[in-house]
Design a protein around this ligand. Structure first.
Ligand SMILES: [Zn+2]
Length: 360
């Protein structure tokens, strides 16, 4: 999977699109990204929901939420994490901790360091030669006290943690010098609270004509981790694009959507899907004709099935369709076969497009 693609071209971008083989044609695409959010630094920015490679939600928390979380801290932890203070050497509670486990942010719970990388630096502060995940610990230049140092902060809540120096052991040569009060330790085997666990992801499958466009716009959904083009619901294993184009295998061009249900619901994905294509067209979508372009929702459980069927009933009775039949098939998902690499991220790489409009 291609995790963590950048989504969100900030602002509006209008592209005139070139002809795309058997596919359509000079459409215009509007791109955009999610709503406004405030960073811990307090500036308005476009909200960028982010996940680390190790699977954690590292979207910067709004300043108000950090303030709320910080209220529960003891005065020492508050002073250190919120005002970049430093605890006295040889006084921190985690300096001599030799147990196996994970060190998480005392404010927001994000895992920051692991016992695997802890070493005795002799400095009087807990020391690690690398982060739990480099994306979880942010670095910035610190010119305070007449020194040039690199400050380290929690990437999610901006809590001050300590500093990183280039005098550590191999293999990194780094010494992350931590304040014990900025960390909470969980011993191996202990149950971690929800903010310290990876995001629990879900999967959904949609077929709505050419998969290039569907993949492109699902990828932009706020809370979508990944969208992949592929083939599903056919009669053979490991189909190629040519097999599917010939139409004999009965596969449908399908997009697999991996998402965080805490950020985006299945219902929101269904709504986007029905905005992106015309579900009244049977075995075609715009200029693309053939049952590989059929409209379909391939469900992974009963809840998805129920919700998909409900949305179809509601749409048929809505003003948009006013009684016109929706031909979208709802079937239990069979095996998903990713399409060839040259189909992935097709629109981003080529600037071409199909019939699909931005649903977000
Ligand atoms: Zn944090």
């Amino acid at each position: 999977m291609q995790m963590l693609r950048a989504w969100g071209v900030v602002g509006t971008l209008t592209m005139t699109l070139a002809l795309a083989g058997c596919r359509r044609a000079d459409a215009q695409v509007q791109e955009g990204s999610g709503g406004k959010a405030r960073t811990p630094g307090g500036q308005d920015t476009q909200m960028k929901i982010r996940y680390s490679k190790s699977g954690y939600d590292i979207t910067p928390l709004p300043r108000e939420q950090v303030a709320e979380l910080a209220k529960k801290l003891d005065p020492e932890a508050y002073r250190i994490t919120q005002s970049a203070a430093t605890e006295r050497p040889f006084c921190g509670t985690l300096l001599d901790n030799k147990k196996d486990g994970v060190y998480v942010c005392v404010v927001c719970g994000l895992p920051l360091f692991s016992s695997e990388h802890k070493f005795n630096s002799g400095t009087g502060w807990p020391s690690f030669y690398r982060e739990f995940d480099p994306e979880h610990v942010a670095r910035k230049a610190d010119h305070s006290h007449g020194m040039i140092r690199t400050e380290i902060n929690c990437a999610r809540c901006d809590a001050h943690l300590g500093h990183v120096f280039e005098d550590g052991p191999k293999p990194t040569g780094e010494r992350h010098c931590l304040n014990s009060a900025s960390l909470t330790f969980y011993e191996k085997g202990q149950e971690l609270p929800a903010p310290s666990r990876p995001a629990e992801l879900a999967v959904a499958y949609f077929a709505g004509g050419c998969f290039w466009g569907l993949e492109h716009y699902f990828q932009k959904g706020p809370g979508v981790i990944d969208a992949v083009s592929g083939y599903m619901q056919g009669k053979t294993d490991n189909p190629t694009y040519k097999d599917v184009c010939d139409g004999r295998t009965r596969h449908a061009e399908t997009v697999k959507v991996v998402y965080d249900p805490k950020r985006i619901s299945y219902r929101q994905l269904l709504d986007a899907f029905f905005k992106m294509h015309d579900p009244t067209q049977l075995d075609r979508q715009g200029p693309d004709v053939g049952d590989q372009y059929r409209s379909g929702i391939w469900t992974v459980d009963e809840d998805q099935k129920r919700e998909a069927e409900l949305v179809i009933r509601q749409l048929e009775n809505s003003a948009r369709f006013s009684g016109r039949k929706i031909v979208t098939q709802v079937e239990p998902a069979k095996t998903f076969y990713p399409a060839e690499e040259y189909h992935q991220d097709y629109i981003v790489r080529t600037g071409r497009a199909c019939h699909v409009t931005n649903p977000w």
